[in-house]
Design a protein. Structure first.
Length: 341
């Protein structure tokens, strides 16, 4: 009789276990090995040029200038290899989301290179159709991984509103074995993403795995991540957004800001709102300076323009539009740039 009771109790326990949700039955994962996430280096171990031309210019105290394109494959890459711009914004926020074409663009850049500065390619920063909110970034982290796997040099997150969303972007961009960083969870970028990207950078796959990290967070890193602060919700969080580990630059997004603050273009007197818009710009600029990251702004060769490149540089702008225009030439002359372009 005692044996029968024991059997019944065992069967009941088994049935209860079978009915329990999977999460209740899971065993805690093992802790990573002691060397799985090393400590962050305090200074760079590299010698010679960076893969990312932007970093080399910033280390010399020089502003950088970019050109922007909306899509384009191999032939466009060959064409853009001759740009005077320090980097190319590859626009996929509103342009076609085509990762194969992005791969081909990078291949064209490489095959028509190197640049006049001796870098394999101009740097390439990509914008994606992901709003900077928690759910959007979490659900679309695959876009971040596909983008980096094409061998680009960074991502600019559009409509960045939430600090958590920014953290998710950085974590999706880092490998699980990347150095430990306070404020960030373990990276989630997967194995297999290093093959094509390492060839575009001209380094071994092992070296790519080591240096595909956010700079200057990691002094050996070659990736740059930026934020578009483009609406009032982002403005309210800007001081926190720009301090998320791994962010290296931000811009204030006057185009989108005007949609939120003024309405449909052509229905208002822009001069009536210029003060409010300038307050937004001033707040974003101040936040970037306080966080010791770089500020992006439109730049013009016209001395009468609010965006006159010389005044922008004096104000602290370190990223300018117009990489192939007179504005960039004026800016380079003002900052006494000696590198070829």
């Amino acid at each position: 009789m005692k044996f029968k009771h024991l059997m019944m109790a065992g069967m009941s326990a088994a049935l209860i276990g079978a009915a329990a949700p999977a999460s209740a039955q899971q065993v805690a994962p093992p802790s990573p090995a002691a060397n799985a996430q090393p400590t962050m280096p305090t200074k760079t171990t590299r010698t010679g040029k960076h893969v990312n031309r932007i970093i080399d210019m910033w280390l010399k105290g020089q502003p950088v200038y970019y050109a922007q394109i909306s899509g384009g494959g191999y032939e466009k890459g060959k064409e853009m290899a001759a740009t005077k711009a320090d980097y190319i914004t590859y626009e996929m926020e509103h342009g076609p989301l085509d990762f194969k074409e992005l791969q081909e663009f990078m291949r064209g850049l490489v095959e028509a290179g190197p640049t006049r500065t001796g870098h394999k390619t101009p740097a390439v920063i990509v914008t994606l159709p992901i709003s900077g909110t928690n759910d959007a970034v979490r659900a679309n982290a695959w876009m971040i991984q596909q983008t980096l796997a094409a061998g680009v040099h960074g991502i600019l997150l559009c409509n960045a509103e939430s600090p958590e969303a920014v953290r998710l972007m950085i974590e999706a961009s880092r490998y699980p074995f990347a150095p430990l960083v306070s404020g960030l969870a373990q990276g989630t970028r997967g194995n297999g993403s290093q093959g094509y990207a390492s060839r575009m950078w001209g380094v071994s796959a092992q070296e790519y795995l080591r240096i595909a990290e956010p700079w200057p967070l990691n002094p050996d890193g070659e990736l740059l991540f930026g934020l578009k602060i483009e609406n009032p919700r982002a403005d309210a969080n800007v001081e926190t957004l720009v301090r998320v580990p791994g962010i290296s630059f931000a811009e204030w997004g006057p185009g989108d800001h005007s949609f939120f603050m003024m309405g449909r273009p052509g229905t208002y007197d822009a001069s009536h709102y210029s003060g409010a818009m300038q307050q937004v710009r001033a707040r974003v600029l101040a936040a970037t300076k306080a966080a010791n990251i770089k500020f992006l702004n439109a730049c013009s060769a016209d001395p009468k323009s609010d965006n006159y490149v010389v005044n922008q540089i004096k104000d602290g702008t370190m990223i300018c539009t117009g990489g192939d225009t007179d504005a960039a030439d004026v800016g380079r002359k003002f900052s006494n740039r000696t590198d070829p372009f």
